[in-house]
Design a protein around this ligand. Structure first.
Ligand code: SAM
Length: 284
């Protein structure tokens, strides 16, 4: 008998991975959590039937969500991470000795517990002494913060269920307020390819643009996400990731990365015409 994990990417498109062994199934207060083992992608975990992280391609997402802002402003010391329960974003951040403090706000403790057990590859740095874990809603957490962080990373689920609030105007406005005067906001920005995802990414772009003077979008190829073409948002009060990137400083750190390099950094902001058009439409 063959066992396959199948995810519905649109009404007419499905994506499947052959499963060697189901490892865990649980229902938290917020969502259903599943972990599987597969030959092609190693262990992978899903929330409400949507792919979150696989051992094989997580490096692409985590490199791009962390190293792009860190190479733009090497002086970042105080970071807020929202979502990110698998720990991959925190793992990459803790590689910078210059970072002094990381608050990570994940709504669902069960995600962290499950990832500690089945995805130690990403969860391995959650006990770093600079990391402070809060199990609460990121939307509520930022409401009370002002002029506090150099960088906010929103590593959320899609804009429905518990993640919905992390794509609202209220949330982006509060992130603006929670950032210092040279602060940067990076978020997972959905995909431009299939219509439903493209609508979400346009909405997010439009809302972020209402608050931040610098507002760019960059891309990466993530094989297990819908269409494989994924976007990240870079919003900032001061720094432009293309003109302020400090290549020399970042390269002198000697960090070994499997995806990110300073050429990819610059190239990732070069967008296909159809994506530029979607963003222009959203910005009007
Ligand atoms: N890399 C993944 C992706 O884009 O598919 C996202 C990974 S991470 C596991 C997303 C996390 O965001 C989940 O663990 C989820 O519980 C958390 N999350 C969703 N809504 C949240 C909220 N309002 N506040 C804090 N965390 C939230």
């Amino acid at each position: 008998m063959e066992l396959w994990y199948t995810e519905q990417h649109t009404d007419n498109v499905r994506f499947s991975i052959k499963v060697d062994k189901p490892l865990y199934t649980g229902q938290s207060e917020f969502q259903r959590i599943d972990v599987f083992n597969s030959k092609e992608f190693g262990n992978f975990f899903t929330l409400d039937g949507l792919m979150m992280v696989t051992q094989k391609d997580e490096f692409i997402y985590h490199d791009m969500i962390v190293h792009v802002p860190m190479a733009t402003n090497p002086k970042i010391k105080n970071v807020l991470v929202i979502g990110a329960g698998d720990g991959g974003t925190v793992r990459e951040l803790t590689r910078y000795a210059t970072i002094e403090h990381i608050d990570m706000v994940e709504i669902d403790k069960m995600v962290v517990d499950v990832c500690r057990e089945y995805l130690p590859q990403t969860a391995c740095k959650l006990d770093d002494p600079r990391v402070h874990l809060y199990f609460e809603d990121g939307l509520k957490f930022v409401r009370t913060k002002e002029n506090t962080y150099d960088l906010i990373i929103v590593d959320s689920t899609d804009p429905f269920g518990p993640g919905e609030g992390l794509f609202t105007k209220e949330f982006y406005g509060n992130c603006y307020k929670a950032l210092k005067e040279d602060g940067i906001l990076v978020n997972q920005h959905e995909s431009p390819y299939y219509d439903e995802y493209a609508k979400s990414m346009q909405r997010a772009h439009k809302r972020i643009k209402e608050f931040f003077p610098i507002c760019r979008v960059y891309q990466a190829h993530i094989p297990t996400y819908p269409s494989g073409h994924w976007l990240f948002g870079f919003a900032s009060k001061k720094y432009d990731p293309l003109t302020d990137i400090d290549e020399k400083a970042w390269n002198s750190l000697g960090l070994k990365t499997k995806y990110y390099n300073t050429d990819i950094h610059k190239g990732s902001f070069a967008l296909p015409n159809y994506v530029k058009e979607l963003l222009a439409e959203a910005g009007e």
